[in-house]
Design a protein around this ligand. Structure first.
Ligand code: PFF
Length: 452
């Protein structure tokens, strides 16, 4: 283990690292995306593949990211270069960090637009505009929001500024404290919603939909989406967890810490699905309704339950916070790089990067209205950036990190950080060398050369 510290500072304790990394992992991916992609990909079989990917691919790669970051205590590009040099590998491995930064920029641009929808729904819940809506009305209200670029722009801008401000302030005590209160609160609210969902007529159908394994529902595309989502939801393949790992204290056990983060992230996603699908089925809505699923279903539920308005406001506030703690982590690796490489001030680096991602976000929010006819490979800008990051760039980043950790880094250096028992270390090595890269390679192959 090295005694270095990052010039950016370090987390106060192992728990703060868990909280910060969980804050990064738990976000729109869990509450907004997981339910809707489960809906689009047929339910149970998709959920099972997703869980397998988390355990066999996601968790081992997360361990690799944390140890590389912690060993070098630098931004992802330089961390990869340093760890490569220590093991006499090529400096070119640093390029993975570069691709990661690009992924962060792309993800932030559409993430901030969706977070903007969440902020809008806080307002809508507060004003009671959606009290007692039917599912048709909730669908129409969501459609009207997407068709209104000015409103989308305001919320996207507010969210971008919120995120840039936190990153500019450094590894911020404020957000650490907020995460400590808000993550449990989010969880409690999800449980309340789950409790409500259990009282609806759709609960059995919801559970069946999520946990009934029907192999005929599984396509290669669904496997790709499940694999890609396991990277997205754990914030892997782009250096975020590496950057966070570089601020981690020496004493903490990487294996246990990573397991805790993976478990929390998975539980939140499953509970979100169990809260949302019963409402969908009870109101005869379409589980494959796509990205509006949460925004069209939950207002209906809040409209019908006691204290629904209060819970509605709280729920969207907490989703907003979950999105916020993830969004800052999308910017952190690049900001750390700009500060360390070009000796920029953190504030200037954050504003520079933030302006860029905000501008790209304009193309994403316009995808639903003014530039909806601009498409690439049949996808609008929003869908394209979502698709190429989650399904191509993050898995590719992940496969390369795995190959690097498995084939280039010397065992003694990896074990120096990981401190696993011999058996667990062997299993981890197998995952790095073979399981993770082969799984990703097979899926990407079938994406590029589909079986017809
Ligand atoms: N994990 C976040 C979510 O599930 O919403 C999204 C994300 C954050 C992806 C940070 C990648 C990342 F580096």
């Amino acid at each position: 283990m090295t005694n270095k510290t990052s010039i950016q500072g370090s987390w106060a304790s192992r728990w703060i690292f868990i909280l910060a990394a969980t804050g990064s992992a738990v976000g729109l991916g869990n509450i907004w995306k997981f339910p809707y992609i489960t809906g689009e990909n047929g339910g149970g079989a998709f959920v099972l593949v997703y869980l397998v990917c988390i355990v066999l691919v996601g968790i081992p790669i997360m361990m690799a990211e944390v140890f590389i970051g912690r060993r070098a205590r630098k931004n992802p590009i330089n961390a990869l270069v340093d760890v490569a040099e220590e093991s006499e590998g090529s400096k070119k491995w640093g390029l993975i960090g570069l691709m990661g930064m690009l992924s962060g920029v792309f993800i932030f641009s559409f993430y901030s637009v969706v977070a903007g929808w969440v902020l809008h729904y806080i307002k809508v819940m507060l004003t009671g505009e959606m009290a007692n809506v039917t599912s048709e009305q909730a669908g129409a209200a969501f459609g009207a929001l997407l068709a209104d670029p000015a409103t989308l722009l305001i919320w996207h801008t507010i969210f971008s500024i919120m995120s840039i401000a936190v990153v500019a302030a450094g590894i911020n005590k404020g957000i650490e404290t907020a995460t400590r209160i808000m993550m449990p609160a989010l969880f409690v609210l999800l449980l309340i919603l789950l409790g409500y969902a259990m009282t609806t007529d759709g609960f059995a159908a919801g559970v069946d939909f999520m946990f009934h394994f029907d192999a005929s529902q599984l396509s290669w595309n669904a496997v790709l989406v499940a694999l890609g989502h396991s990277f997205f939801t754990l914030s892997l393949g782009m250096g975020t967890i590496m950057a966070y790992g570089s601020y981690m204290t020496k004493k903490a056990s990487i294996g246990k810490t990573v397991l805790a983060i993976g478990a929390l992230d998975t539980i939140v996603a499953l509970v979100a699905g169990l809260a949302i699908f019963p409402i969908i089925f009870a109101n005869n809505m379409d589980p494959a309704a796509g990205s509006g699923l949460m925004f069209m279903s939950l207002p209906v539920a809040f409209g019908q339950m006691p204290f629904g308005q209060l819970f509605g406001v709280l729920f969207f506030v907490l989703v907003g916070i979950a999105a916020w703690t993830s969004a800052i982590s999308l910017l952190e690796p690049t900001v750390a790089f700009l500060v360390e490489k070009f000796e920029m001030k953190r504030t200037s680096a954050s504003i520079l990067l933030g302006s860029g991602v905000w501008a790209l976000g304009l193309a994403c929010l316009g995808s639903f209205n003014v530039i909806s006819d601009v498409t690439f490979f049949g996808k609008n800008t929003f869908d394209l950036l979502d698709y190429i990051t989650a399904n191509i760039m993050l898995p590719l980043g992940g496969i390369l990190i795995a190959l690097f950790a498995g084939w280039v880094v010397k065992d003694k250096f990896a074990q120096d950080e990981l401190e696993l028992s011999d058996t667990v270390f062997k299993l981890w090595k197998i995952s790095m060398k073979f399981t993770a890269p082969v799984a990703v390679a097979i899926v990407l192959y079938f994406l590029l050369f589909p079986m017809s």
